[in-house]
Design a protein around this ligand. Sequence first.
Ligand SMILES: *[C@@H]1O[C@H](CO)[C@@H](O)[C@H](O)[C@H]1NC(C)=O
Ligand SMILES: *[C@@H]1O[C@H](CO)[C@@H](O)[C@H](O)[C@H]1NC(C)=O
Ligand SMILES: *[C@@H]1O[C@H](CO)[C@@H](O)[C@H](O)[C@H]1NC(C)=O
Ligand SMILES: *[C@@H]1O[C@H](CO)[C@@H](O)[C@H](O)[C@H]1NC(C)=O
Ligand SMILES: *[C@@H]1O[C@H](CO)[C@@H](O)[C@H](O)[C@H]1NC(C)=O
Length: 334
Amino acid sequence: MRCSVGGPRFIQTMSPFLVCFLIGCGFSGVKCKMIEVCAEINAPATLPCKVSNQGLNNSVHWYKKPNILISIGKYFYNTRMSFSQESKEEWDIHIRHVHVDDAGQYTCKVGEKVMAKVNLVVKGPPVIHETHNMTFEEGSTGILWCNVTGFPTPSVRWYWKSPHQSDLTETDSGAEGAKLVLHNITRYYDNIYICKASNSVAANRREIRVHVKFGPDVGVFQETITAIVGQEVKLHCAVEAFPMEGELEWVLENGQQIRAGEKYDIIPDREFVKDFNTQFLSMVIQEGHLGVGDYGKYVCRTKNFARGYNEKTVVIQKPIEDRENVENITDINV
Ligand SMILES: *[C@@H]1O[C@H](CO)[C@@H](O)[C@H](O)[C@H]1NC(C)=O
Ligand SMILES: *[C@@H]1O[C@H](CO)[C@@H](O)[C@H](O)[C@H]1NC(C)=O
Ligand SMILES: *[C@@H]1O[C@H](CO)[C@@H](O)[C@H](O)[C@H]1NC(C)=O
Ligand SMILES: *[C@@H]1O[C@H](CO)[C@@H](O)[C@H](O)[C@H]1NC(C)=O
Ligand SMILES: *[C@@H]1O[C@H](CO)[C@@H](O)[C@H](O)[C@H]1NC(C)=O
């Protein structure tokens, strides 16, 4: 609904209140014209009515459609309403804080004679109700709510942006309405979702942080590494998970944990953890330490992840041309 502006007078009072009215009825007794008054929720509003000396006898009545008595003379049934009566002819109703249900048609009468008809249109900017940040399981279906009130009824549209980039671009998801359904959630749904609500009065927005629980998923950069005896070897491993509750460790094939020392170096990189749900752990066999007995399997595995266990294996092997030779040497050793 829109308040139209026109007629003999247009009065705009204090911003941001949208009060407009036409002075339609006068003293003439011609058929009364409906005056439209717009007011924002919680703002004041004035419903105009002018009555000549007839008003003195408490004979002015205001009614609200369908047939509710609002006032008799100077007496009101509603504490938010009053007359200022700056002049004896003025029987304007002043509403201090307009409520949604104040909207409707009002009639100012003296006896059966209609002095003014006022349609009060209540307008409200979109008010977004409480929203909640959400955490979903990977593979599940999630629902985000953005419940909104306002008059006219606001429209809601959803956008999203990455929490990891300073880039402020907000991508339009194309989805509309208070409910956003996220189907088949993946770890890449870990974003900030923005609901934007707007109507003819104003616009409003709210951000909802979505986290996705997944992993731990372990990955290695190379599954097979070829090296000659004595060469420095670097093995890189990463785990992706949310929440990032545990850590990684490198173990020998027999399960013995590899510790940093003269032979091995263990290099954690936790820098990425916070932003990308990823942590790294590299293992180095230092130069001069790779012996014949060091060829074989190395396992990078998770430790202390409540959500599960995961591991990946890296094989360090001899170069092809050396393989037979080395085997023969090994045989001799045994
Ligand atoms: C108001 O009261 C006065 C005196 O009591 C009377 O003369 C007049 O007719 C009344 N007016 C109306 C509209 O009733
Ligand atoms: C939602 O998450 C954002 C960003 O992490 C945070 O600033 C905000 O306080 C959270 N809101 C609630 C209601 O927890
Ligand atoms: C939003 O409204 C729907 C129904 O209209 C209700 O089921 C849901 O719980 C509400 N969400 C919030 C966060 O209030
Ligand atoms: C859900 O996503 C997973 C992984 O991306 C995919 O394998 C699966 O087919 C998807 N299921 C549906 C119903 O889209
Ligand atoms: C290594 O041993 C194999 C048999 O086990 C033999 O055939 C091969 O010739 C040996 N290679 C060398 C370089 O001695």
